[in-house]
Design a protein around this ligand. Structure first.
Ligand SMILES: Nc1ncnc2c1ncn2[C@@H]1O[C@H](COP(=O)(O)OP(=O)(O)O)[C@@H](O)[C@H]1O
Ligand SMILES: [Mg+2]
Length: 395
């Protein structure tokens, strides 16, 4: 089995760091995805690089370069290895306490550095170093579904950004599933041109399993795997409930999180998705028609006996002055607003660029809101152990 090289980004400066970079540039197990002397200015470049491990050079001899580390942490959750030519002993324990994976003292053979990079990468991915990947069958992926009865509410924007947050900021195996089967635009918002879609998957004769599923998804640079909607609207009806059920079963074995985008109405595939959804995020905005329609959705969910504890109310474009107040929405819907995503004109820009805002600007209000959502909807530690009772639709 060929293993893809680990993406490494080099920041900072240290005596001997140039030699390290040259050594790594030729190494087959490493792919250098960027360098930046000043991590404070690396923001977008670092965030979009897809880096899996950061090597940060420092000339400090008696302290950890905290603000530099914070700059890096602000845009990526990839493990950081500190590289220094000064005696590292003085700062080792402080570095470890600051969440730095390891400290490497230069000069060092390239192989030694690659070993540390591999260790950092495999531990960050939750696997013990030196062993094969964990058997995927132990994963019980969580399904997070966005729904809103209105087009334009922000479902697709939120689904793309949440998926990117899970994959990039939290290093979770994430599938973005576009079930807006007729007019899906998740692929466009992620800026990818997929070769295959869910149409190819349901038309295939071969029985679906984890390996064959991997052949239908398109990997985004954030790490998200995207399974796009059919290219032609008329192909939507071929995606039957039965096939979707099978897809979910296989996807839950392969991914930590499956984020689902939906059309603005309930039809077979959406109902079948609800059956398998662990967290349903209802997207509302601060206007009367939106609240009315979400209220109707709640009534439908009641009829379906969809558990209340799995419903989460999200206010998109909050903070806009013209609308209702969140409290008024809560009163009308008899439900707490659990998440608020601010209005931000950068969202439209990011949609047109095909780069989710959480990647280009993770520290924006939208980025922070999505990070908070990701933490609450699928808590990191308990991701594999929160399997409660399965909800089954009645009738
Ligand atoms: N929080 C936000 N701030 C600013 N614009 C937003 C926000 N959320 C969504 N939008 C804009 O609304 C448009 C429609 O959102 P979209 O996700 O396509 O809605 P839906 O999928 O529910 O039909 C997007 O293209 C984006 O420009
Ligand atoms: Mg949409």
């Amino acid at each position: 089995m060929s293993v893809s090289p680990i993406k490494v980004f080099i920041t900072g400066a240290a005596n001997g760091l140039a030699e390290v970079r040259e050594g790594l540039a030729d190494h087959p197990e490493v792919e250098l995805v960027g360098t930046a002397a000043d991590p404070g200015k690396a923001g977008t470049k670092l965030a979009e690089s897809g880096a899996q491990v950061i090597l940060h050079g420092t000339t400090a001899t008696d302290h950890v370069p905290t603000s530099e580390i914070e700059s890096i942490r602000g845009v990526t959750a990839a493990p950081i290895v500190l590289v220094t030519s000064a005696s590292a002993n003085a700062i080792l324990s402080e570095a470890l306490a600051a969440g730095i994976f390891d400290v490497v003292l230069l000069p060092q053979l390239t192989d030694g550095i690659v070993f540390t990079i591999k260790k950092a990468h495999s531990l960050a991915a939750g696997r013990p170093a030196g062993t094969a990947a964990k058997s995927t069958s132990s994963i019980e992926g969580k399904v997070v579904t966005f729904f809103s009865p209105k087009g334009g509410a922000g479902k697709t924007v939120l689904a793309c950004n949440l998926a990117a947050t899970f994959a990039r900021q939290q290093q979770r195996k994430t599938l973005l599933l576009d079930l807006d089967l007729q007019f899906g635009d998740a692929a466009i918002m992620m800026g990818i041109e997929p070769e295959k879609t869910i149409y190819d998957l349901v038309m295939a004769r071969r029985e679906l399993d984890s390996d064959s599923l991997a052949g239908y998804v398109t990997a985004h640079q954030s790490g998200v795997h995207v399974l796009p909607a059919p290219l032609r609207p008329e192909d939507a009806e071929l995606v039957t409930e039965e096939r979707l059920g099978h897809l979910f079963a296989v996807a839950k074995e392969s991914y930590d999180v499956i984020v689902v985008d939906t059309p603005p109405f309930f039809h077979g595939p959406v109902l079948s998705t609800l059956d398998r959804t662990d967290q349903l995020v209802l997207v509302a905005s601060l206007d009367v028609p939106s609240v009315k329609n979400v209220k109707l959705t709640m009534q439908t969910l009641d009829l379906l006996h969809y558990p209340k504890e799995r419903r989460h109310l999200l206010l998109n474009r909050s903070g806009s002055k013209v609308g209702l107040k969140p409290q008024e929405v809560e009163r009308a819907l008899e439900m707490k607003v659990e998440f608020e995503v601010p209005v931000d004109r950068e969202v439209a820009v990011s949609v047109n660029r095909g780069v989710p805002l959480v990647l280009s600007n993770p520290r924006s209000g939208v980025g922070k809101a999505l990070q908070d959502m990701a933490d609450k909807l699928v808590p990191q530690r308990t991701a594999a152990s929160t399997g409660g009772k399965k909800f089954r639709r009645k009738g």
